[in-house]
Ligand binder design. Sequence first.
Ligand SMILES: C[S@@+](CC[C@H](N)C(=O)[O-])C[C@H]1O[C@@H](n2cnc3c(N)ncnc32)[C@H](O)[C@@H]1O
Length: 462
Amino acid sequence: MEKFSAAKKKKSKGKKTKVSLARQASLKALKQVLAGQSLSVVQPQIIDKLEDSRDRGLANELVNGVLRWRWRLEFLVSSLLSKPLKQKDIDIQLILLTSLYELIECRTPDYAIINEAVELVRKSGKKWAASLVNAVLRRFTREKEQLLLSLDNDQAKYSHPDWILTKIKNDWPDDWQQILHENNQRPAFWLRVNQQQSDAARYKTLLIEQGLESEISSLADHALKLAHGVDVRTLPGFVEGALSVQDVGAQLTAELLDVSVDHRVLDLCAAPGGKTCHLLERYQTIKHLVAVELDEKRMRRVAENLQRLKLSDESGEHSRAELIVADVCDYKNWWDGAQFDRILIDAPCSASGVIRRHPDIKTLRRESDIEQLQEVQSEILYSAWQMLKPDGVLLYVTCSVFKVENQNQIANFIERNIEQDAVEVKIESDWGKSCDYGRQLLPGEQDADGFYFCKLKKISAE
Ligand SMILES: C[S@@+](CC[C@H](N)C(=O)[O-])C[C@H]1O[C@@H](n2cnc3c(N)ncnc32)[C@H](O)[C@@H]1O
């Protein structure tokens, strides 16, 4: 794992205060995520507001690191404390978790990490805890090796909540350790080159001219992996629509949908529009694509992406996609009755395949969510099927690795399909794993996130 260094920022007095700003921001952000807020909401409100990019870098490192390794760090803290801290002292617990993470993973000198932690405790007004935090962290530095060897349960070892761990173990008896390992890695930074403007090889050359290293994927035609994270807005041609940020696994969708000239395409659960835009970039012959999304605010992002990628004009009036803000399951109220040749369902799901990209999922997702998600997925599938032409193909996609949302969902659909007009079209490929129904790309394979795909064809009535 790449070590993060904040050591250089310690030399002058002024800079020291700045590093503390990063730590204060991390503490605030972590508190909010543990209280149920998504990191994608918290980050722009707290971390992105830090003026110094090094502070933002450190705060992001600490927040993501603690959310990733939380269960291991909690195990270590509980081994070091004689009795657990009270819930009202969650800030002290978080300072301990963050400092342990830094002591294990970052290059900052131990003494600086401990001093900062004690300083932060004092700032929190809980002066009584300063000596406790000091003693716990100092003991950790002395006993680090033994403590790290004492991880005697899978929850601490693989740093996942028990319910996710059990579910992945049951679903993937031969791969669970690898999946959990991959979930704890930093995600790769993937770009999708807009093939209407360029291609992966040409864009790679452009990046080299900017001093940026990248790698062309063998999984998807227009995917490029950047060697290091950058602010995407600074990349050549970004504003003009030359590229998008999209995981290489997600980029498989457009190819799998296999759209031909004159096909009417329905893109369900479309926001923020990654796959909508990719479909329009890839299939220039698409004359009619309808994109449906429940969340109006998120749908605005689809419109913005279409504009930036030059797939619609600025007013949105001349767009290659018709955008409908609606509940898919309410289709009787928004659908005009003309069936589609191709339907994509990018279903709302647990997102258990993208944990490495969104480590807050491990904290925020509850086991009880899964049943609700399954119900929504099943309703969306049923609704979509009504809108599919005979001989048409539906592609069901999730970014989950849980079988209940994937192959079992499809098995239930086929079983309950009264017309018996649904057959699977097997996805033959050299990536992923073939399932009872559909195909699973597991997280980490070719540095992709985890995605599930299944193709269903509607057979014509005899
Ligand atoms: C996995 S995301 C879609 C990602 C998107 N296809 C892309 O590639 O950028 C799922 C989306 O489904 C939307 N959604 C959830 N339930 C829905 C419903 N009943 N009808 C329409 N959209 C729904 C969510 O708001 C969310 O934006």
